[in-house]
Design a protein around this ligand. Structure first.
Ligand SMILES: [Zn+2]
Length: 143
C-alpha cells in the first residue's frame, strides 16, 4: 500500500538529512521542519486510511442490516391483510378488526368505535373474502 511506502520514504529522507550533517544551520532547521511535517502528514494519512477501512466495513454491516430489515418489513406488509373491514350500519364508519377474532372460540362482539353499535359478532356466519394466512415468525439469525 502506498501509505506505508510514504512512511518509509519519509524515514529515508530523515536518514539522508542526518547524513548531511547540516547541524544548526538555517537550511538544517528548515529541512528538519519539512521532514517533521512530512512525517506528521504520513502518520495522519495512515490513520485516516485505517479509519476509512473501519468505516467502510461498518457501512457494509449497516447496509446488510438494512436489507434484512427491508425484507422483514416487506414480509410484514403481506401479513397486514389479516384484518377484516365492516361498515357500521349506524354511522357507516369503516370498522377494522383483527382476523384472529373470526377463529376465536369465545364469542366476541366488535363494536364501532364511533357509536358503540355492534358491527360484528363472531358466532354469526360471516363471509370472508380471503382466508387469513397463518402468522409465522420469520426466523432471522442475523438480527
Ligand atoms: Zn358506528
Amino acid at each position: 500500500m502506498w501509505l506505508k511506502d510514504l512512511r518509509k520514504r519519509v524515514a529515508y529522507l530523515q536518514g539522508l538529512m542526518e547524513g548531511m550533517q547540516l547541524g544548526d544551520t538555517k537550511e538544517g532547521r528548515v529541512l528538519t521542519e519539512v521532514v517533521g511535517v512530512l512525517n506528521d502528514v504520513a502518520d495522519t494519512l495512515v490513520e485516516l486510511g485505517d479509519n476509512q477501512a473501519d468505516l467502510e466495513s461498518y457501512v457494509e454491516s449497516i447496509d446488510e442490516d438494512l436489507n434484512d430489515l427491508e425484507d422483514e418489513i416487506l414480509e410484514g406488509t403481506d401479513e397486514t391483510e389479516e384484518y377484516v373491514e365492516v361498515e357500521c350500519p349506524e354511522c357507516h364508519d369503516t370498522v377494522c378488526f383483527d382476523a384472529d377474532i373470526l377463529e376465536d372460540d369465545d364469542v366476541i362482539e366488535v363494536t364501532c368505535p364511533n357509536c358503540d353499535t355492534v358491527v360484528f359478532v363472531n358466532d354469526q356466519d360471516f363471509e370472508l373474502v380471503e382466508e387469513p394466512d397463518t402468522l409465522v415468525a420469520a426466523p432471522d439469525d442475523d438480527l
